[in-house]
Ligand binder design. Structure first.
Ligand SMILES: Cc1cc2nc3c(=O)[nH]c(=O)nc-3n(C[C@H](O)[C@H](O)[C@H](O)COP(=O)(O)OP(=O)(O)OC[C@H]3O[C@@H](n4cnc5c(N)ncnc54)[C@H](O)[C@@H]3O)c2cc1C
Length: 475
C-alpha cells in the first residue's frame, strides 16, 4: 500500500503516531502543503513562519538522508492533498489531528474530498498527552476546572513514544526548495535565538534534563523566577511538533529513574504540560472561546481603550519595570517567561482596563510559541473571563510581583538596561525612589525611563467597578 503522510504540526520523524502507523501499513510518501489562508492571517508572526521553515528544512534533510524527499505543495489543502494523493497513486492519506475549529473544518473537507476521489483516510490522535473527549466529569461532561481535569488525566496511562521512522518511498511529486523567509514577506529579527527542527528540539530537551546542570531540578521551586533558566523552553517545539509529547514525558521519567530526587520537580513539570492539554480540550469543547469570553457575561465588560497606553504597553514603556521587561523580551526574542506573561496580561486587562483580546492578538503577532489554545487560555485566565480563571477581584500588583519574583532585579535590568544601576530595593518602583538615588543611578524619569502611565491603586478600584457592573451575583 502507498500511503501519503500529510505533515502538519508534527514536523518530526520520531514519536509521530500517524507516520509510524503509515510506516507500519505500507510505503510512506512524505508530503507538506503550505496554505495561503494560514500564512496570510493578520496575527501570523514572522518568528513562527521562520521556525516552521527551519523545521521543514531539517525534516526534508532527514528524509533525504533516508533516500526520499519531502514533497511540497502550496495552495488550498483539499485541492493540494487530493492532487498529491492522485499523482503519487496513493491508496490512503494519514495525518495527526488538530483541535482548533477552523483546522477541524479544513480536515473534514480534505477527508471528504479524498474519499470522493476514492482515497482512504486515517486520522490519529498524537498532539496531547490525553485526547480531547477521552476524560469526562462524573456527570459525563467536559472539565472546566483544571485540578479535577488533571486528576482524571493522571488516571490514564501515558503511551510509550513511537520509535523514529527510518524508511520512505521514492516518489515523483515536486520537491522544490523552500522559499526563504523574506520571499514570503516576513522578516524575523529573533532568528538566531530559536532555531527550529527536530534535532534542536531534542537538544533543548537534553539540556533541560542534563545531569550536569539540570534545569529540571530547579523547576519545582524556581520556575516562577524569570532571571533563572529553570524551564524547558520547549513551547515552540510542542507547538510545531518538532518533538513528540510522549518522548518528552518518557525522557522526564527516565531522568527521575536515574535521579529520584528530581521527582517533585518532574511531577510539577508534567502537570504544566497538562495545562497545555487542558486549554486544547477547552478549545475543542467550547470553540466559542476563540472569539469571546468562556463565560459570556464577561463579553459585556465596558473595556476602556487608549491607543497611547496600548502602544506604551506593547513597547515596554509603561513605567512598571517588570511589565516593561517582559514586553521588551517578547519583541526581542519571540518568547516571554510564563510568570511575566501573567503579569503583563493582568496589567493590560486590570490596570489599563483593555480588552484581553487586544493582548491575545499582540502576543500571537510576536510569540514563536503562539498557539491559539494556550494563548487564549492564558489571556482568559488572566482576565478572569475563562474556565479556571483567577477570580476577577484577584488583581496582580505589578510592583510587588516584580519584588517577589525578581527580588534582585536581574530580569528587569537585563531588559531595561537604563535601570541597571538602580539598587534592587528600588528597581521595581523607580518612581517611588528618592531623587538623589535615581540621579546617582543615572535615571531621569520621563526621559531615560517613563513615569508610570497609570496609578495602580486607582486603576484597581476602577477595574473592580468595571467587573462588578457585569456580575449580577455580586453586590
Ligand atoms: C497570557 C499568556 C499567554 C500564553 N500564550 C502561550 C502561547 O501562545 N503558547 C504557549 O505554548 N504557551 C503560552 N502560554 C503558557 C506559558 O507561558 C508557556 O507555555 C511557557 O512560558 C513556555 O515556556 P517553557 O516551554 O519554558 O515552559 P515550561 O514551564 O517548561 O512548560 C513546559 C510546556 O508545558 C506547556 N505549558 C506550560 N505552562 C502552560 C500554560 N500555562 N498553558 C499552556 N501550556 C503550558 C508548554 O507547552 C510548555 O512548553 C501563555 C501563558 C499566558 C499567561
Amino acid at each position: 500500500m502507498r500511503i501519503l503522510h500529510w505533515f502538519r504540526k508534527d514536523l518530526r520523524l520520531d514519536d509521530n503516531t500517524a507516520l509510524s502507523e503509515a510506516a507500519h501499513d505500507g510505503d510512506v510518501i512524505p508530503f507538506y502543503t503550505s496554505e495561503p489562508a494560514l500564512l496570510g492571517r493578520p496575527d501570523m508572526a514572522a518568528t513562527r513562519v521562520r521556525f516552521a521553515l527551519d523545521s521543514l528544512r531539517a525534516l526534508d534533510d532527514a528524509i533525504r538522508r533516508r533516500g526520499s524527499a519531502l514533497a511540497l505543495a502550496h495552495g488550498d489543502a483539499a485541492a493540494t492533498v487530493v492532487a498529491a494523493a492522485r499523482a503519487a497513486q496513493a491508496d490512503a492519506v494519514y495525518w495527526n489531528d488538530e483541535y482548533e475549529s477552523s483546522l477541524r473544518r479544513r480536515d473534514d473537507a480534505v477527508e471528504a474530498a479524498l474519499r470522493a476521489a476514492g482515497v482512504r483516510v486515517k486520522r490519529f490522535h498524537d498532539r496531547l498527552i490525553v485526547a480531547p473527549g477521552a476524560v469526562a466529569t462524573q456527570q459525563g461532561g467536559p472539565f472546566s476546572v483544571y485540578t479535577p481535569f488533571r486528576k482524571a488525566c493522571e488516571a490514564q496511562p501515558v503511551s510509550a513514544p513511537h520509535p523514529p521512522v527510518t524508511r520512505f518511498a521514492t516518489h515523483a511529486l515536486p520537491t522544490p526548495k523552500l522559499a526563504p523567509l523574506g520571499a514570503l514577506g516576513f522578516d524575523d529579527p529573533t532568528a538566531a535565538r530559536w532555531p527550529g527542527g527536530e534535532r534542536e528540539a531534542r537538544e533543548r530537551l537534553a539540556e533541560f534534563l542534563s545531569p550536569l546542570d539540570s534545569a529540571l531540578a530547579r523547576y519545582g521551586d524556581q520556575r516562577d523566577v524569570p532571571s533563572v533558566r529553570a524551564t524547558s523552553l520547549l513551547s515552540a517545539d510542542l507547538k510545531f511538533g518538532t518533538i513528540g509529547i510522549r518522548r518528552v514525558v518518557a525522557e522526564v521519567r527516565a531522568a527521575v529513574a536515574a535521579q529520584p530526587s528530581l521527582r517533585a520537580s518532574a511531577d510539577k513539570y508534567v502537570s504544566e504540560l497538562r495545562w497545555r492539554d487542558f486549554f486544547a480540550h477547552v478549545l475543542w469543547h467550547w470553540p466559542h472561546v476563540e472569539s469571546g469570553a468562556f463565560r459570556p457575561m464577561y463579553d459585556a465588560l465596558a473595556w476602556r481603550g487608549d491607543a497611547r497606553q496600548f502602544e506604551a504597553w506593547t513597547q515596554g514603556r509603561t513605567g512598571y519595570p517588570i511589565v516593561d521587561a517582559g514586553m521588551r523580551e517578547l519583541l526581542a526574542t519571540g518568547l516571554m517567561h510564563n510568570r511575566v506573561r501573567m503579569i503583563v496580561a493582568s496589567f493590560l486587562t486590570k490596570d489599563l482596563l483593555m480588552n484581553w483580546q487586544l493582548g491575545e492578538r499582540h502576543f500571537m503577532k510576536h510569540l514563536v510559541d503562539g498557539d491559539l489554545a494556550a494563548n487564549n487560555g492564558g489571556w482568559q485566565w488572566a482576565a478572569g473571563t475563562g474556565t479556571d480563571a483567577a477570580p476577577y477581584f484577584r488583581i496582580f500588583n505589578p510592583t510587588s510581583q516584580g519584588q517577589r519574583f525578581d527580588p534582585d532585579g536581574a530580569y528587569v535590568k537585563r531588559w531595561c538596561p537604563e535601570l541597571a544601576a538602580v539598587p534592587a530595593s528600588h528597581v521595581h518602583a523607580p518612581a517611588a525612589a528618592p531623587p538623589l538615588l535615581l540621579a546617582a543611578a543615572g535615571v531621569t524619569l520621563g526621559e531615560s525611563y517613563p513615569f508610570p502611565i497609570v496609578d495602580h491603586a486607582v486603576q484597581r478600584d476602577a477595574c473592580l467597578a468595571m467587573y462588578r457592573a457585569v456580575r449580577p451575583d455580586v453586590a
